[in-house]
Design a protein around this ligand. Structure first.
Ligand code: GUN
Length: 295
């Protein structure tokens, strides 16, 4: 079997066009242009690329974006003061602190400082709590991107066994939460899964992943999942972005797994572009909420 490629880039372009139309409508109705501010501490090269891509895409859909930089030698209080100023600035609708912060910084203290109304990553405790209760203010960007991809390829999840490999706060945990909910943000078909979460201490990983109808991998280890981990006909979503000598690869060994899966995301061009599209959606939602406009 040769798997169908799930083209995240094409889906992201479609979603960007939808957002651009909504931004125009919102601007015409209110005179407000949604504004995202990215905060980058230090000079992590991967973070530089991610932030640049987020800003470029913002401009493409008619939003404004600004980058605030601090050196890794800055004191945490300087970052907290900057966040305080952005929280109070009515021209700023979304705030994104790019992670990871330099070694030794207290990530939770920083995320706690972002106003929940402007927390477009949905990383702060209030927004995480709302997601868990099934009444999100903002949807987490990468998990929402995965749901959009499944929905737009008509891949039903309801009643299926979804196995999530990875338990990060950014992807694995919130994605498991969304997949198991009764009513999903993109409809009931992409919800109601039976969800298993695997992690570094899972025994006999392949035995568990082989049970997956939908296998989603977010562990940050290049080419870790092989065809031995995958049931014939499974749908495989690869969230990994790993830089190795030969270029960028995912957490899934694409060549090996595409011989057994029914559908698979490529890396690059799979989930990555969707994460950015969903961040822009959240920024537009934030601008609407802050200006009394409902979606
Ligand atoms: N680092 C890796 N992924 C993300 C993300 O989605 N948002 C932020 N702010 N930092 C990240």
């Amino acid at each position: 079997m040769s798997a169908m490629i799930l083209d995240g880039k094409a889906v992201a372009l479609q979603i960007q066009a939808e957002i651009a139309a909504e931004v125009t409508q919102f601007r015409q109705a209110t005179g407000v242009v949604p504004c995202l501010v990215a905060v980058l501490v230090g000079d992590n090269p991967a973070s530089e690329v991610y932030v640049r891509n987020k800003q470029k895409t913002c401009e493409k859909v008619g939003m404004t974006s600004r980058l605030e930089r601090l050196p890794s030698s800055a004191r945490p209080e300087e970052l907290l003061q900057l966040i305080g100023r952005l929280n109070a600035d009515v021209s700023v609708h979304g705030i994104l602190v790019q992670l990871p912060l330099p070694t030794g910084w207290d990530t939770n203290q920083v995320l706690d400082a972002v106003s929940p109304a402007k927390d477009v990553d949905a990383f702060g405790p209030e927004n995480v709590g709302l997601i868990c209760q099934g009444r999100p203010r903002f949807l987490p960007c990468t998990p929402h991107g995965v749901l959009q991809l499944l929905a737009r390829y008509n891949i039903e999840v309801s009643g299926k066994h979804a196995v999530v490999v990875g338990r990060s706060d950014i992807v694995g945990k919130p994605l498991a939460m969304l997949l198991m909910q009764r009513t999903g943000p993109v409809g009931d078909k992409v919800a109601n899964a039976t969800v298993t979460v695997c992690h570094s201490q899972t025994k006999n990983l392949a035995e568990v992943t082989q049970q997956a109808d939908i296998l989603i991998v977010a562990i940050g280890r290049a080419n870790a999942i092989k065809k031995e981990h995958v049931k014939a006909g499974a749908v495989v979503i690869d969230v990994g972005i790993n830089r190795i000598d030969t270029g960028i690869v995912g957490d899934v060994d694409f060549e090996s797994v595409s011989s057994v899966a029914s559908a698979i995301t490529p890396v690059p061009g799979g989930v990555g572009p969707l994460t950015i599209a969903m961040l822009l959606k959240n920024t537009l939602t934030a601008a609407m909420q802050q200006n009394g406009v409902s979606r």
